[in-house]
Write a protein that binds this ligand. Structure first.
Ligand SMILES: Cc1cc2nc3c(=O)[nH]c(=O)nc-3n(C[C@H](O)[C@H](O)[C@H](O)COP(=O)(O)O)c2cc1C
Length: 443
């Protein structure tokens, strides 16, 4: 089978993946809780023959810094509820929701995602996260966020248990024989009776087996624990956008972990972030990107850097940072922290320096050909199996990608021009997992 580039359409901040994308002249900031706004996004992604839409999420309102309220456009709809509505407005595209294993219960999650898989006729996916911020813990009775190692341990038990609950019913367990009055075959029902370190769940699920068997599992953890969980359980991994050589190293390292877990390297697809800014000409695209960066309020520049290095900073975005030696944000993420590494190496940097450099490093700017070149190079040189496309502005930035870059990728034979398979699992070339339950005890 020819290797095909996978595409996911990402949405977190409804105005676009750049935090002040909502300020762009083409943005529609008053429509962030309007289902038709999201249906338009999903239909645009389906027009681009994307494999899935991917709704990121967090169980908090970001107000640790004033800019969170003043400048972030972060009110949005809950992913699973929204995807159920979008299932009716689309026919082929995958529907991936971010759901936390730290602040949810396995029975709820198994039931909701199985229901979405039935509602969408086999297009549901789950982006498993363990959450990051103490602000999330405070919405679920805690003061501090769960310890990093503990939450990944809980996450591993959680995902195994959800799959066991999806295995409650055999595909042919429902008989519904009016004549005899028998609705289901008890020998084809499995009661989990799970007792683990974090959960005690009897089961069975009261939703029959999902069309995909197991809805597709995405993950986005970048730490050692995150990559280990993904290598053992995920179908695809969303990765941070990294410079080319680092991206190749991350790709090779994660594939090696997958094989070390006794799986085939191709069982897990790696989809880094792609933050495209595309226009008819390179100069136009560069000007567009510079305009988006310039639309970022100074307060966000300072507070974004302060958050990422775990250190309070003066309001002036042009003041050289005096890095405190002992800042600790490791419980939020154990992925490599590039900004801190540079500051601790003694470089004299300002918040504006760091913010602008991260911005330009993270975007792919240019004409359709130039962005397609960047994509093709990474796809063909062991840095990606596909990309999660995070348009900086919505809806226009994403429409530009679908109208300009997708036809170029299709012309190069990298992506397809029509949907063929019916379920997301089939489309990703993944087998439908067999039901894993112990043989029934003879009654
Ligand atoms: C492309 C991408 C998308 C992500 N989406 C989410 C999300 O929707 N919700 C969330 O809580 N974390 C999200 N994360 C963060 C990860 O779940 C994880 O917290 C982060 O990568 C740190 O991982 P670590 O704890 O393994 O270091 C995302 C990360 C990436 C790279």
């Amino acid at each position: 089978m020819t290797r095909r580039l996978l595409l996911g359409a990402f949405l977190f901040h409804p105005g676009g993946s750049h935090v002040s994308g909502w300020r762009h002249e083409t943005a529609e900031p008053h429509r962030h809780v309007d289902v038709d706004y999201y249906a338009d996004f999903a239909e645009t992604a389906e027009r681009g023959i994307f494999d899935t839409i991917f709704l990121a999420d967090g169980l908090y309102f970001w107000d640790r810094f004033p800019s969170g309220v003043d400048h972030y456009g972060q009110t949005r709809l809950e992913p699973l509820t929204l995807l159920s509505a979008l299932a009716a407005r689309t026919s082929s595209i995958g529907l991936a929701a971010t759901v936390s294993t730290s602040y949810n219960e396995p029975y709820h999650v198994a039931r909701a995602i199985a229901s979405l898989d039935h509602i969408s006729k086999g297009r549901a996916a789950w982006n498993l996260v363990t959450s990051r911020y103490p602000e999330e813990a405070r919405n679920f009775g805690g003061d501090e966020h769960l310890d990093h190692a503990l939450r990944y341990e809980r996450g591993a038990e959680f995902v195994g248990l959800v799959q066991r609950l999806w295995d409650s019913w055999a595909d042919d367990a429902i008989i519904a024989d009016r004549e005899s009055g028998i609705f289901a075959d008890p020998d084809k029902l499995h009661v989990a009776e799970h007792r683990g370190a974090h959960f005690a769940v009897r089961g069975p699920l009261n939703v029959s087996r999902p069309p995909q068997g197991y809805p597709v599992l995405f993950q986005a953890g970048g730490s050692d624990a995150g990559q280990e969980l993904a290598a053992a359980t995920a179908d695809a991994v969303f990765a941070r956008s990294l410079p080319f050589v680092e991206a190749q190293r991350f790709y090779a390292g994660l594939k090696a972990r997958v094989v070390a877990h006794g799986r085939d390297a191709d069982d897990v697809s790696i989809l880094p972030q792609l933050r495209p800014v595309v226009a008819r000409t390179s100069a136009e695209a560069r000007a567009l990107a510079a305009g988006i960066l310039a639309s970022t309020p100074d307060a966000i520049v300072v507070e974004d850097v302060a958050h990422s290095i775990g250190q309070a900073l003066p309001d002036d975005p042009d003041a050289v940072i005096v890095a405190a030696p002992d800042t600790d944000i490791a419980n939020e993420s154990k992925s490599p922290n590039r900004r801190l590494a540079r500051l601790h190496s003694g470089e004299r940097l300002t918040p504006r320096d760091l913010y602008a450099e991260s911005f330009w490093e993270s975007v792919s700017v240019g004409s359709a050909q130039e962005v397609a070149d960047d994509v093709q190079e990474r796809f063909e040189n062991g840095a990606a199996d596909g990309f999660v496309v995070q348009a900086l502005t919505q809806p226009q930035g994403f429409r530009d990608f679908v109208d300009l870059v997708v036809p170029e990728l299709q012309r190069r034979g990298l992506t397809r021009t029509a949907y063929e398979e019916s379920t997301l699992r089939e489309r990703l070339g993944l087998v439908r997992p067999a039901r894993r339950v112990p043989e029934p005890v003879a009654r």
